[in-house]
Design a protein around this ligand. Sequence first.
Ligand SMILES: Nc1ncnc2c1ncn2[C@@H]1O[C@H](COP(=O)(O)OP(=O)(O)O)[C@@H](O)[C@H]1O
Ligand SMILES: [Mg+2]
Length: 293
Amino acid sequence: MSNQPSSSGLVLNVVADNSTIIVIGNEKGGTGKSTTAMHVIVGLLREGYAVGAIDLDARQGTLSRYFDNRRIYAKKEGLDLPHPIYRAIGLSDLYDFYTAKKTDRLRLADTLRELSATCDVIVIDTPGSDTPLSRNAHSYADILITPMNDSFLDLDLLGRVDPETNEVHALSPYAEMVWEQKKVRAQRDGSSIDWIVMRNRLATLDTRNKRSMDEALNGLVRRLGFRLAHGFSERIIFRELFLKGLTLLDIRDEGANVILTMSHMAALQEVRNLLQAIGVPEAVASPDAVVAR
Ligand SMILES: Nc1ncnc2c1ncn2[C@@H]1O[C@H](COP(=O)(O)OP(=O)(O)O)[C@@H](O)[C@H]1O
Ligand SMILES: [Mg+2]
């Protein structure tokens, strides 16, 4: 583990005896959490960080499957791809709710302790539902990234919006949960959670929905205390890469066998913008970048 900037001059705050923890969370399924997690993980790996990943959605296991696919594809094609260390934690099936909750907490704490011995950054992918384990994970976040589909249906998980004025008149359960976990975090170690909300599957055209969402989200920024990052557009490439376990950050590698288009390059820039927003200045596979294998 290192508290020095890497050779590529990263500014992400990594302290000597602690890993930076990035949680990808939203109580709704299908908003792009696992897709975002994969891109953030590979972006960090390509900048030379030692990265640990925890899949808390072990039932669906999307993130774990992504990494399995990545290893298989890299081996088959002889690719030298960077890989994280990853662990999956499923919900305890103990009958008693409180014992199950305690067991889950301990397993998460143990896994974090284990990974932080060797990892600079730990990325946690969470399920699209409210579970005690997911709540608990949020309380460890140094950075929380919430991807949401660009729709008022998804926005409703953050705040209740007046249909006439687009103003927010009440907080929603997920926002309240984040607020609670911010308090838990502050009590535990006096630090705070940097909350980033990103829109996913954005229409590439300027639509009325997009503009109304802009207005409503900007209203929520102050109220909920998050930062808005420019998200990902709706692009087929985000879906196509799963089977190979690749991300947009890998597609220019020799052997990736992806025919590059303008849309791919635009998508790659969107991923870079997100990495920049979380403090990884330039996720470029520059010739002298240290890549963790
Ligand atoms: N920007 C995007 N453009 C197109 N498809 C996307 C995009 N982001 C995610 N998807 C697709 O949407 C679905 C849900 O994404 P996923 O990352 O599994 O969400 P979650 O983890 O929140 O359930 C998947 O089929 C994924 O490939
Ligand atoms: Mg998922």
